[in-house]
Ligand binder design. Structure first.
Ligand code: UDP
Ligand code: MG
Length: 199
């Protein structure tokens, strides 16, 4: 599991607890890679405390704030799993969706989350997102309802050859599908952001 975090001090502890409940119930080995993307609050301190008491946790600390794409790339570089799952660190994605992602990826190379009942403000977040999803689907020929959902599962072969830069993480399914990768979509359970700020 790869999770980028930028100033999420109020969310980290709950996130880790929620994740452990779901992951420990899985019938498989796992590792959690938390990527601190140059936070200027206590996020990194809390992550380091978690790492000290949990051998399944790896913490990567980026020197400054590089953005989500770079944070995912750093996490991918250190990841070892056959399946790599990405999600947000602000509790807007639900770890309870992870078992369904793992199940769905048996038939695909990438499975992307679809926040069908998204809990974000309409004019500033949902409307731009509807337009963006329509446009990206049109231009790339890869139809997804929700390019912006971080909750995704990838087979290792897919991420191994990716060169990520800029704000490219959203376009991985489109780019990968041009190389013959099979992309699927499942509905996930979105939550509103309760603590911290959207970046
Ligand atoms: N994030 C990050 N670096 C950034 C911006 C965001 O690591 O420069 C993380 C953030 O902490 C969160 C995830 O990426 O875990 C999604 O960010 P955010 O919630 O701000 O995006 P939104 O849900 O509002 O689209
Ligand atoms: Mg968010």
């Amino acid at each position: 599991i790869v999770i980028p975090l930028y100033n999420e001090e109020e969310n980290v502890t709950i996130l880790h607890e929620n994740l452990k409940k779901v992951l420990n119930a899985l019938d498989t080995d796992y590792e959690i890679i938390y990527v601190d993307d140059g936070s200027i609050d206590r996020t990194l301190n809390i992550l380091e405390d978690i790492q000290r008491s949990d051998k399944e946790v790896i913490v990567i600390s980026l020197r400054r704030n590089f953005g989500q794409t770079a944070a995912f790339a750093a996490g991918f570089d250190l990841s070892k799993g056959d399946i790599v799952i990405t999600m947000d660190g602000d509790l807007q994605n639900d770890p309870m969706d992870i078992p369904r992602l793992i199940d769905a990826i048996k038939d695909y190379d990438i499975v992307s989350g679809w926040r069908k009942k998204r809990k974000d403000p309409f004019f500033t977040r949902r409307l731009p997102s509807i337009i963006a999803n329509w446009l990206i689907s049109k231009v790339t020929g890869v139809k997804l309802h929700d390019y912006g959902c971080s909750l995704k599962a990838y087979r290792r072969e897919v991420i191994k050859n990716l060169k990520l830069y800029g704000e490219m993480h959203r376009f991985i399914p489109a780019v990968a599908s041009w190389y013959g990768v099979k992309v699927g979509e499942i509905e996930t359970t979105p939550h509103p952001r309760l603590r911290g700020k959207s970046k």
